[in-house]
Design a protein around this ligand. Structure first.
Ligand SMILES: [Zn+2]
Ligand SMILES: [Zn+2]
Length: 396
């Protein structure tokens, strides 16, 4: 009978072996996600992005899904790290961390850190590098601020000549103020007082007569506009106002919100910034009634009008959304379920010849070594062109 310690060792070996299988499988998953995203396989179903599709179809929360898509694309540019990850030899945690700085740093060096160090070492090094980078940015920003210049004079024609040098953010504000001053001049208000204080933040000089919009765009805008008003019945909250108006009265809007909660497009979780969409458009004889309305987020409202998608209501009351090829979209996500035998067979089939064992993903680091963080971060800033980094060891 094995003693307690032997049992624990056996369990530990099983866990680390399984981890390597999981990393190899994660690598496969990310490779597929990259290919899928490159082909925009999610677009014909009306999803905003690959992350939204992963959220709906695979049950991955939005932040994790976005991160996976990011890492998947980064790996496509890191062949050496990608190859180690495929063998189950480095973990997803390490891969995720190094991809955050991979564009700036040398891949050989990052791979060395990822192979030798623990996940803690990799995470901490990336964090310290980012902090050093921010400090450098702050110093550069201070330098830009210190080097500001502004001079102006009036030339012989009585025109103002301005010359200056500003940090980008401040420069943007100044250009905005100048554009507003120019605009005022064009509108015959040249003498109006314009100072930087009057520049509304986050607002650009507005063009009164916007560009013409397509017929479908104007239908979308008309679908949920509040241009027309109707009198509400003081006793009730009307569920239908027939053809009186295309605009949705507040009481009906509330009822619509209560019924639909958020966007009804399959796979969409958006419940803010939603429009009421007339299933049969008002211009085609559709009524303004709860029955003929459905909540859609801005993106999906856009897709249904200008994007070639459609939304119909069946006699049973069921909503059917179709894509540009007129294919109905699925309503719910069905996760495949697999039995224990299937999982074991799959692992055997996919990974058995890779020689994965309990040692595959082990860090080469041992507890006596200490990383020289300053040297290691400093080395990240000198992206090696000579390949000398392969011999560089930040541990001592
Ligand atoms: Zn609409
Ligand atoms: Zn939506």
């Amino acid at each position: 009978m094995p003693c307690k310690q032997e049992v624990a060792e056996h369990l530990g070996a099983k866990i680390s072996e399984l981890c390597s299988y999981i990393y190899a499988a994660e690598h496969r998953l990310l490779t597929l996600i990259r290919e899928f995203d490159e082909q925009e396989g999610w677009a014909h179903l009306g999803f905003h992005s690959c992350a939204y599709w992963l959220n709906f179809k695979c049950g991955i929360d939005m932040n994790t899904a976005r991160e996976r898509v990011r890492v998947a694309h980064a790996l496509g540019r890191l062949p050496k790290i990608d190859a180690r990850f495929a063998k189950g030899a480095i973990s997803y945690s390490k891969v995720r961390a190094v991809t955050r700085i991979a564009a700036e740093a040398d891949e050989d060096y990052l791979l060395k850190i990822a192979k030798h160090g623990t996940a803690h070492h990799v995470e901490k090094l990336v964090r310290l590098y980012r902090r050093a980078e921010r400090l450098q940015d702050t110093e550069a920003a201070k330098e830009r601020h210190d080097n500001r210049q502004l001079s102006h004079h009036y030339d012989e024609n009585g025109c103002l000549v301005i010359k200056g040098r500003f940090p980008a953010g401040q420069g943007k504000l100044i250009v905005k103020a100048l554009e507003m001053a120019m605009e005022k001049q064009y509108s015959g208000d040249a003498d109006a007082d314009v100072s930087a204080d009057h520049v509304p933040s986050g607002q650009t000089p507005h063009i009164e007569n916007g560009p013409n919009v397509s017929a479908e765009t104007s239908r979308r805008i008309a679908c949920d506009s509040s241009v027309l008003r109707i009198d509400e019945d003081k006793n009730g909250e009307p569920l239908a106002i027939g053809r009186k108006s295309r605009s949705i009265p507040p009481a009906m809007r509330r009822a619509l919100r209560m019924r639909d909660k958020g966007c009804r497009f399959p796979g969409c979780t958006n419940d803010k910034f939603v429009d009421g969409h007339h299933i049969e458009h008002w211009a085609d004889g559709g009524e303004t009634s709860l029955d003929n309305l459905v909540l859609l987020c801005r993106r999906h409202h856009h897709l249904v009008h200008e994007g070639g998608f459609s939304c119909d209501k069946m006699a049973s009351g069921e909503l059917i959304f179709r894509n540009q090829r007129n294919t109905p979209l699925p309503h719910w996500s069905l996760l495949p379920t697999v039995g224990d035998d299937d999982i074991n067979n799959w692992l055997e089939r996919e990974f058995f010849d890779r020689g994965i064992n309990a040692e595959t993903c082990r860090s080469q680091w041992y507890a006596g070594e200490r990383m020289d963080w300053n040297l290691a971060v400093g080395h990240l800033f000198t992206k090696s062109a000579s390949g000398a980094s392969a011999d560089y060891v930040p541990w001592g």
